[in-house]
Design a protein around this ligand. Sequence first.
Ligand SMILES: Nc1ncnc2c1ncn2[C@@H]1O[C@H](COP(=O)(O)OP(=O)(O)OP(=O)(O)O)[C@@H](O)[C@H]1O
Length: 280
Amino acid sequence: MSQHPPVPFAGTVRGAGAPAPAVPPSSAAPGPVPAAAAAPAHAADPAHAGAAVLAARGLTKTYGTTTALAGVDLTVRRGESVAIMGASGSGKTTLLHCLAGIVRPDGGDVRLATAAGDVVVSALNEAGRSRLRREQFGFVFQEGLLLPELTALENVAVALMLGGAARPAAEHAAAGWLHALGLAGMEHRRIGQLSGGQAQRVAIARAQVTGAPVTFADEPTGALDSATSAEVMDLLLGATTGTGRTLVVVTHDEGVAARCTRVVRLRDGRVVAEHAGGAR
Ligand SMILES: Nc1ncnc2c1ncn2[C@@H]1O[C@H](COP(=O)(O)OP(=O)(O)OP(=O)(O)O)[C@@H](O)[C@H]1O
């Protein structure tokens, strides 16, 4: 994993307008619910439930002489939580990065269904993929994506501000998510002043505040103890599939996979098994 340079929020391409802040899940603790907030219309639309949101066909990726992906087909449906598992080096992170438009595959393609029509993610240039990542995807990684010099509130609000939202509206929406995820009172702490589990909650809030239909998580609980890990997974699932959105999670943890609706197992860059997870 350390060899990847994931920078999901890099780039300065601006969308046509500010993204609408998403509403925290209603089951979460009451809080200052963001005004005029709504997830994208298609995110929880029953008419779209179960429809393919991401489809990868024949994905290949090599690094020098190392084959990371050797022809992967994978369809992810709206509202699913898909766990990608496999031994170290089997290609999990590379697959996640290809699906999310962080790296371009050498061969095959990735298609994303959006409200505006299908997008061939793998055919976009870096600017297009950067914009897509900002508008369509949320990211919860084990490390490195929260900005340590910013507060929890600023880290969440920046996801909206990168899309053009005004600071007050972005901070209002961010506060709603932080409150919903149990971080009321910690809004103004810097990331280094939070525990690992609290920092992951900030990452979840940032991934959800834009209403992104698909969230990608890479070992989101890898650095957490088992009790905190269960809490973070509860919150991550509640914020994504709990509101009709979609989660793709790379994990070594069978406990995390058991919470998902589907498990995909990789070996040597190929899908070798696929089965329902415990959540189905
Ligand atoms: N940027 C890179 N440069 C060179 N080789 C790479 C790069 N990224 C990944 N690889 C190689 O591609 C293969 C797949 O890596 P990947 O990180 O996708 O595996 P993984 O299943 O996520 O592993 P882990 O569980 O250890 O994170 C590995 O052999 C890895 O060393």
